[in-house]
Design a protein around this ligand. Structure first.
Ligand code: PLP
Ligand code: ZN
Length: 418
């Protein structure tokens, strides 16, 4: 892996060789998140826009020379990546905008964005010969790890809060993971998972602890820019919990700038739920994310419930360094965005996915975007992940099913009333 220069601590700046530390800079407890730094001159000799144009591998592995894995690394067989980027003219028109696209990562194998990161975790764990992989998760990272592990028969142990939506827990059980339902919050599950990994020597996938997760997540912006013929969008909307996705998007864009494949850095707009708005508050008030106290983290959008965002250093930089912004939206705005997005472009999102669109609605109303901005909204999770919230969202929208006797006469009676 000569294309990796070093791992750089984002707190103290210390640089480590990849075999020197496994996850974090040891000088800051569990907080010393590091960033993978590459040799772009070397990478440029191995991959180019032209080589990509001829590459028929439409998965994240088409970008292998830009990923923290060996050129000959075996990769899991599930088809991860190259999700559709839909043109959404009706959404754009409704908001007084010219160009909106929706990237649908609800289409990935386990139905969330997390597949991009968990795929890298499985490759890295197998590189190390790990017997067991573990993660804590609000649900989707776990489902992603679980599914990808199943595809390569890799044993794994998962820690999720016991209140995780049943669909996500079902995924874990169906894929055959060892599942620990933690009687507590995601933050409690995270701490327990770290302790368990240290105690048993398991390979740890945890977000913002394992530095390679960012590297998987960045593939989404490679795809967006390639799907737009390397004409980068002006603004990207993404929901934020721990901040690993937003940090990953920023990382991918920095890679593309360093390679000279795009010539402008898009503004990144992070959208949080009001009850879990640590990053929004820190950004708005200029607070230090390393010393700011945790928030409650309560929101209907379970995937972005994070009292203390684990990847807060990268998450803040993604917005400040791109002239972006943080926005917070209420749970009602999130739920209203589910049918609005589904009806406007045909993409059914879970609450955390629809949060990004709720953010665009607010940004358009507040003039945070201008009418000729080229805008991408990222849907991070499929709506079938959380049926309870979906049903609540249509109830709020006043949409009801009709009950009808199985005969045409009764159908006519019902139709006349619609
Ligand atoms: C994990 C997740 C997010 C947020 O990602 P972070 O890296 O925690 O900020 C958003 N949406 C969905 C559906 C997710 O699963
Ligand atoms: Zn350090």
């Amino acid at each position: 892996m000569d294309h990796i220069k070093h791992l750089k601590c984002l707190i103290c700046g210390k640089e480590y060789a990849t075999d020197e530390i496994e996850y974090i800079c040891p000088d800051h407890g569990n907080e010393g998140i590091v960033d993978v730094r590459y040799d772009y001159n070397l990478i440029k000799m191995r991959i180019s826009k032209e080589s990509l144009a001829k590459n028929k591998d439409y998965t994240i592995w088409r970008y292998k020379p830009l990923l923290p894995i060996a050129a000959d690394a075996a990769v899991p067989p599930l088809s991860i990546g190259w999700t559709p980027l839909y043109d959404a003219p009706r959404l754009a028109e409704k908001l007084g905008l010219k160009q909106v696209w929706v990237k649908d990562d609800g289409r990935l194998p386990t139905a969330s964005f997390k597949d991009r990161a968990s795929a890298i975790a499985v490759v890295k764990a197998q590189e190390k010969g790990a017997e067991i992989i573990t993660t804590a998760s609000t649900g989707n990272a776990a489902a992603a790890l679980s599914g990808i592990c199943a595809s390569v028969e890799q044993p794994n142990v998962i820690f999720v809060p016991e209140a995780a939506p049943p669909a996500k827990i079902a995924q874990l059980l169906v894929y055959g993971s060892t599942v620990m339902l933690v009687k507590g919050t995601y933050d409690d599950a995270f701490e327990l998972c770290l302790e368990a990994a240290a105690e048993y020597g398991w390979y740890n996938r945890n977000t913002a602890y394992n530095p390679y997760m960012t590297e998987g997540k960045k593939t989404a912006v490679y795809e967006i820019c390639e799907q737009l013929d390397w004409n980068a969008p002006g603004v990207i909307f993404v929901s934020v919990g721990d901040g690993c996705i937003i940090g990953g998007l920023h990382k991918g864009l920095k890679d593309l700038m360093a390679l000279g494949w795009i010539d402008q850095m898009p503004r990144i707009i992070g959208v949080q739920a009001e009850g879990s708005a640590f990053m929004y508050e820190a950004w708005r008030d200029g607070e230090d994310v390393l010393t700011k106290a945790p928030v409650s983290g309560i929101t209907v959008a379970d995937s972005i419930s994070a009292g203390l965002p684990r990847d807060r250093i990268k998450a803040l930089a993604a917005v400040t360094e791109t002239n972006g912004a943080y926005i917070s939206v209420s749970d009602d705005e999130i739920l209203e965005a589910i049918p609005a997005l589904a009806r406007g472009v045909g993409v059914f999102a879970e609450p955390a996915g629809a949060t990004a669109y709720a953010g665009l609605i607010k940004a358009a109303a507040e003039g945070l975007v201008s009418s000729d901005d080229r805008i991408v909204v990222l849907n991070t999770g499929n709506g079938l992940k959380d049926i309870k919230s979906a049903m609540k969202s249509v109830e709020m929208a006043g949409t009801k099913a009709s009950r009808v006797e199985p005969n045409l006469a009764d159908l006519k009676r019902v139709m006349a009333k619609l």
